[in-house]
Design a protein around this ligand. Structure first.
Ligand code: F6R
Length: 615
């Protein structure tokens, strides 16, 4: 959570940092701030609110001049979002200034110690404690900024990506990372710092991703120096060539990133299986998987760990892995798994799913599984992310940057990867018939077309949204493969429209939630042609008998549910096992339109952040 940006070089830092912060607002957006060195002083502006609010404030308060600067967009951890708690934070002398993404867990004891030495604190943040600890060490031990940062970080417990500079040494920025991401863009005698590469993509294609427990002193006119924070070992940096382009991180004519990302699904699903799925030849070949197939095939069980939408993708995989590959699967919330004392053995394979590749709970679950000897496989979207590096092997989803905070294309591409893995394992194990295998390969290859068709119903879905936009509650029901879709549909609505919604397995309705149903209650039922079709029709009858309003996702050509439901959203026919890839689409669109009609901030819903790097 929180986005950080920094620059040192020959350009004006202000516009570059402001644009960079806008690109990172998906990481947090309750307050924003910037500090520039204007040649003689630090110019600092910060405010509660978004980057546009910061721009207004900066217009009035600072010169906006300078070739060195740092900026921050915040998702509050310590201290409410207000002007004072916003970053950057000064040290007591006013000489040092810092931005921080993460959390310092032992800040309270350090703060007490600093107070006893005469330090004064203006904010409630852990970050202000850190910058003063650095100042204290720098002064007491008479060391340079880089050394002071290193000593300070060896005293703190927690997670951080920080950038700090000293107004007496305005040719360098010191950065460090543990747990939160930090990329350094390398230009021509200029350096860019950011939580991901998007803020500097138009300036350079070369970037270094700091590893955990590394720090760098970035000084103009000199090559970058990276060291381990703990033992001071010098590290030879690995320079990545970035594949990102500017179009991928702009809205491209859509009103919102979320809508753009919903519409990108046909092409990104194709990108996910491109070169990996050769349907005509009956081949699935996934780079990071091939050499580890024996581990999967011989596993006692597969444990899937993830959070939120990624957890829902894991639930879908539970069905395919068990159905086709006959491997027992458990799907766990990473946050629960890591705090239990789970029984994990060397015969277990753990799959960690994460769009961002930075989710703290998923990362901690991976570390735990590795400690216990399990083989850990990652499914991530963000290339080079921490989770992709921490796992033994893995597969990227190749969905491209997902900027809307509510996950859409990440979900369907995660399911695409998981489906390919399940099919591959089943084929190797011989637990799927040749004809079933071939049919699924062909149908998976056709999914982008089916998704296109589902998207064509957008107009009808928008009308349904206008009917139900003021309903205070929604129920989402699905069975089998579409139970996770019901959960995901409900999550999407909650996140962006702030309407209370619950997802349930349809059959569970009569064990409690049915009490909620009256003529005011919209019930979204995934009622596609499947093994459970008749049973779902019975559930719909039960809702109708209680006067609930039924919005059904049906297979194209369905007549039975159409008769019973108040509204239907049609999707093309696919094998039941692949239906989540298409039934999800109308639910994404429904929540999107409701949120837009309610005038909510679709891309940046309140209280959320895209990358949850706190536990
Ligand atoms: C929902 C959403 C979140 C994330 C969750 C995990 O739309 O975006 O529930 O799915 O925070 O994030 P990743 O996949 O980045 O680990």
């Amino acid at each position: 959570m929180c986005g950080i940006v920094g620059y040192i070089g020959h350009r004006e830092a202000y516009p570059l940092i402001i644009n960079g912060l806008k690109r990172l607002e998906y990481r947090g957006y309750d307050s924003a701030g910037i500090a520039l060195y204007d040649g003689s002083n630090i110019q600092l502006a910060k405010t509660k609110g978004k980057v546009v609010d910061l721009e207004e404030k900066a217009d009035k308060e600072i010169t906006k001049k300078g070739n060195l600067g740092i900026g921050h967009t915040r998702w509050a951890t310590h201290g409410v979002p207000n002007d004072v708690n916003s970053h950057p934070h000064y040290s007591n002398s006013g000489e040092l200034v810092i931005i921080h993404n993460g959390i310092i867990e032992n800040y309270a004891s350090i703060k007490q110690e600093l107070i006893s030495r005469g330090y004064v604190f203006h904010s409630d943040t852990d970050t202000e404690v850190l910058v003063n600890l650095i100042e204290e060490i720098k002064k007491k031990q008479d060391v340079k900024l880089g050394k002071a940062v290193q000593i300070a970080l060896n005293e703190v417990v927690g997670a951080y990506a920080i950038a700090v500079f000293d107004q007496n040494k305005p040719n360098e920025i010191v950065v460090a990372k543990l747990g939160s991401p930090l990329a350094i863009g390398l230009g021509n005698d200029e350096f860019f710092i950011a939580s991901d590469a998007s803020p500097f993509i138009e300036y350079t294609n070369n970037a270094i991703y700091l590893e955990d427990e590394q720090m760098a002193v970035i000084r103009l006119g000199r090559e970058i120096r990276i060291r381990k924070i703990k033992n001071d070992t010098r590290i030879k940096p690995f320079v990545h060539e970035l594949k990102l382009n500017i179009e991928q991180i702009e809205k491209g004519g859509y009103d919102h990133f979320m809508l753009k990302e919903i519409y990108e699904q046909p092409s990104v699903i194709k990108d996910t299986y491109r070169g990996r799925l050769l349907a005509d030849q009956g081949i699935i070949k996934i780079g990071g998987l091939e050499e580890y197939i024996p581990k999967f095939v011989n596993a006692d069980r597969i444990i899937i760990v993830a959070c939120g939408t990624s957890w829902h993708a894991g639930l879908v995989a539970e069905y395919t892995f068990e159905d086709w590959a006959r491997i027992p699967v458990e799907v766990e919330y990473a946050s629960e798994f890591r705090y239990r004392n789970p029984v994990i053995t060397e015969k277990d394979v753990v799959i960690a799913i994460s769009q961002s590749g930075e989710t703290a709970d998923t990362l901690a679950a991976i570390k735990l599984a590795k400690e216990k000897g399990a083989f850990v496989y990652g499914i991530c979207n963000v290339v080079g992310s921490t989770i992709s590096r921490e796992t033994h092997s893995g597969t990227y989803t190749h969905a491209g940057p997902e900027i809307g905070v509510a996950s859409t294309k990440a979900f369907t591409t995660q399911i695409t990867v998981l489906t390919m893995i399940a099919l591959k394992l089943a084929h190797v194990k011989g637990t799927i018939s040749k004809s079933d295998y071939m049919m699924h390969l062909r149908e998976l290859d056709a999914i982008p077309v089916y998704v296109e068709k589902a998207l064509e119903r957008n107009g009808e879905i928008k009308e349904i949204a206008s009917v139900f936009k003021d309903s205070p509650n929604f129920l989402y029901l699905g069975r089998g493969y579409n139970f996770p879709v019901a959960l995901e549909g409900a999550l999407k609505l909650k996140e962006i429209s702030y309407i209370h919604a619950e997802g349930y397995p349809a059959a569970e309705m009569k064990h409690g939630p049915i009490a909620l149903i009256d003529e005011q209650m919209p019930v979204v039922v995934v009622a596609i042609n499947s093994n459970h079709y008749e049973k779902v029709v019975s559930n719909i009858q039960e809702i109708k008998a209680r006067k609930g309003k039924i919005i059904a996702v049906v297979t194209q050509g369905d007549t039975v549910v159409r008769e019973l439901a108040d509204f239907v959203m049609e999707v093309p026919k696919t094998p039941e096992t692949l239906t989540p890839l298409v039934t999800t689409i109308p639910l994404q669109l429904l929540s999107y339109h409701i949120a837009v009609m309610l005038d909510k901030n679709v891309d940046q819903p309140r209280n959320l952040a895209k990358s949850v790097t706190v536990e």
